[in-house]
Design a protein around this ligand. Structure first.
Ligand SMILES: Cc1cc2nc3c(=O)[nH]c(=O)nc-3n(C[C@H](O)[C@H](O)[C@H](O)COP(=O)(O)OP(=O)(O)OC[C@H]3O[C@@H](n4cnc5c(N)ncnc54)[C@H](O)[C@@H]3O)c2cc1C
Length: 427
């Protein structure tokens, strides 16, 4: 290209720039170091026999994350924390999740548990309910209680569908909550007496249509009336707790209703927009860890032949495809995070696309990289089993890609007013 074609940065009014700021680079470096020094070692907890033993064994690591201020870094500054946006969360999440998905999900599941408060709470509710989470001590947990036994993809279904089955009725100054929940990260707490805060999605009007019938109520722990049923023995995220439990006449003061009564479905959807963009990054994190191992293997192993296996074109091409997908997933997720932060048109669409793309790419790319490494990838000493087990959750949690996420996109596409260029900012 002739020299005259190269524009100096001062010549271009940059609207697209994926360069991280100095603060973001510092955050990336610090969280990478913390992940390597603290989170890696903690994976040993995943070898214990039962889900609760494994979860409890991660507690010192979680406490170290809190003490180092990482939970505070996930809570927005206006609410008293130190977070300045979803891109910062994505940077942190990629570093942590690539090393230890379980304990990272415990922290980010807690942030999800706080989202109805952060998005829908009054200043008084934020002040009261966020206190334990703003400290740099202890092991505070929060849970977003949406999923239920029997399915939650159709939580907005009108009758004769069941929708949300958990109910809350007014009794004097209190709500009385009854129902059952399943799969809620950390919900039953370290000792089965409930997380510090549970944001419970429940039906507050039996007659109204779903968009008016569902509310979110904050229950503070220890939770009287929480009936532990079981800790699910999951395929991946082996050190993370996802219990099934009942809520039997659990009470919460009326002032703990988050947002407007009856508008809980909209608040739930708002909470799950930000998390969708982050799940794309979870996929990046797992693919990146698999890629680093496979690349090193390919550069150093000859497998009895003359040349390192990376010199074989088939191996080189497979690595090239994997790396291309990782970069694409990362930038789509960052773009989605930025769109959510700036409330740009197309933010919802981009977040869902980042979730679907990053989550499904992770399962595929990790498997492809196992083929590059060959039989030694099947040894637990290599990271692939763990990474694939963790990756399998990505397409089916945070709203399954079939039951929830693609349906959300489908609904957007069906609207007559849908603008296909809005997500690219070119509408
Ligand atoms: C590690 C982990 C952590 C989790 N943490 C939480 C948490 O903190 N809080 C929480 O509430 N949940 C949590 N979950 C649950 C998770 O968010 C699920 O995504 C959610 O329960 C929805 O699952 P689903 O889409 O499979 O729905 P289901 O209702 O179980 O549907 C099952 C399947 O049926 C089909 N289906 C159902 N309805 C339709 C439809 N209308 N159209 C098309 N297909 C349909 C789809 O194929 C769908 O995948 C967690 C799960 C895991 C694995």
């Amino acid at each position: 290209m002739p020299d005259g074609w190269h524009l100096g940065s001062e010549d271009i009014a940059m609207a697209i720039d994926f360069t991280l700021s100095t603060q973001q680079r510092d955050l990336q470096r610090a969280s990478r170091k913390f992940a390597r020094e603290v989170l890696g070692e903690a994976r040993r907890a995943e070898l214990l026999a039962t889900p609760e033993e494994r979860f409890r064994a991660t507690r010192p690591t979680y406490e170290a994350m809190v003490a180092a201020g990482y939970l505070r870094k996930c809570i927005p500054s206006p609410a008293g924390g130190e977070n300045s946006g979803l891109i910062d969360m994505a940077i942190l999440a990629e570093e942590f999740y690539s090393v230890n998905a379980s304990v990272t999900l415990t922290m980010l599941g807690t942030v999800l548990g706080l989202l109805p408060i952060l998005l829908g709470g009054t200043p008084d509710q934020c002040r009261r309910l966020l206190v334990p989470f703003l400290r740099t001590s202890g092991a505070p947990l929060a849970g977003f209680c949406s999923s239920e036994p029997g399915g939650s993809a159709n939580s907005s279904s009108p009758p004769p569908g069941e929708g949300v089955r958990t109910t809350a009725r007014r009794e004097g100054d209190n709500w009385v909550i009854n129902g059952r929940k399943k799969w809620v990260s950390s919900a039953t707490g370290w000792n089965r007496d409930g997380a510090d805060v549970l944001c419970v999605v429940c039906r507050t009007d039996s007659a109204a249509p779903p968009s008016e019938a569902i509310s979110i109520i904050a229950v503070e722990g220890p939770v009287k009336g929480l009936v532990f049923e079981r800790a699910i023995d999951t395929i991946g995220h082996r050190g993370h707790l996802v219990p099934q439990f009942g809520l039997q006449n659990v009470t919460a003061p009326h002032r703990n209703l988050l947002g407007q009564e009856g508008k809980g479905l909209a608040l739930t959807a708002a909470a799950f927009t930000g998390t969708a963009a982050l799940v794309g990054i979870f996929g990046v994190a797992l693919m990146r860890a698999a890629f680093e191992f496979a690349l090193h293997f390919a550069q150093t192993e000859r497998r009895g032949g003359v040349d390192p296996i990376i010199d074989h074109q088939a191996v080189g091409y497979a690595l090239a495809d994997a790396k291309t997908t990782i970069e694409a997933a990362r930038y789509l997720s960052w773009r989605a995070c930025h769109a959510v932060d700036t409330q740009s048109p197309g933010a919802d669409e981009l977040a869902i696309e980042a979730k679907i793309f990053g989550s499904e790419a992770a399962v595929r790319v990790i498997t492809d990289l196992m083929r590059v490494v060959g039989v030694d990838s099947y040894d637990h000493e290599a990271p692939f089993a763990r990474l694939l087990q963790d990756a399998l959750a990505l397409p089916i949690f945070d709203g399954g890609n079939m039951g929830v996420r693609r349906r959300q996109l489908h609904m957007m596409l069906r609207q007559g007013s849908y603008d296909p260029l809005a997500a690219s900012g070119a509408a």
